[in-house]
Design a protein. Structure first.
Length: 175
């Protein structure tokens, strides 16, 4: 996968965090790169009154990340550690600060967003039109590049602040 220059330099420094051996011309698997995006999304998001020592990143059991989640678990974001939790479809999501909604669950998107009910949970997906439907950050592959869109209105509605440094890299920002 090719990445544009600004995104690739942004990601290159973070790849070191994941100890990814990259040689010239080597292609990283899609969801390993998307895990780096998840880390960045969390890094460049501010939650209201987040005093916990961890940031809980939730995934449904049917997620496409494989063992990459193990690399996210325990990673530091400023002074907090990421804690990865796997959730079943009927479990509460209110203990999550960030939630990845896989394509397999996108049919339940309205119910998922209703369950969160404007709570400060960063919602992330990689499904077509997810930002238009209320997901805050949505990764896509365009021209062999991972890009993302942002729904700033949804983030504000949940009391979250997305950094301007992050929003500058978005291909589209919904106000």
């Amino acid at each position: 996968m090719k990445l544009n220059k600004s995104v690739s330099s942004f990601l290159l420094s973070l790849l070191l965090l994941f100890h990814v051996p990259v040689s010239h011309g080597e292609v990283l698997p899609e969801y390993r790169l998307k895990a780096v995006f998840l880390y960045n999304f969390i890094t460049f998001t501010e939650w209201p009154d987040l005093s916990a020592s961890t940031i809980v990143l939730c995934f449904y059991e049917q997620h496409p990340f494989g063992r990459t989640l193990e690399e996210l678990n325990g990673r530091q974001v400023n002074t907090r550690a990421i804690r990865v939790l796997l959730k079943k479809r009927d479990e509460s999501l209110l203990d999550c600060q960030a939630l990845f909604i896989p394509n397999a669950e996108i049919g339940n998107l309205t119910a998922i967003l209703d369950m969160l009910n404007s709570k400060p949970v960063l919602t992330i997906a990689d499904s077509e039109h997810a930002t238009e439907r209320g997901v805050m950050l949505n990764m896509q592959i365009k021209d062999e590049k991972i890009t993302f869109e942002a729904n700033l209105a949804a983030a504000r509605h949940a009391g979250l602040t997305l950094s301007s440094r992050l929003l500058r890299l978005a291909t589209k920002v919904y106000q």
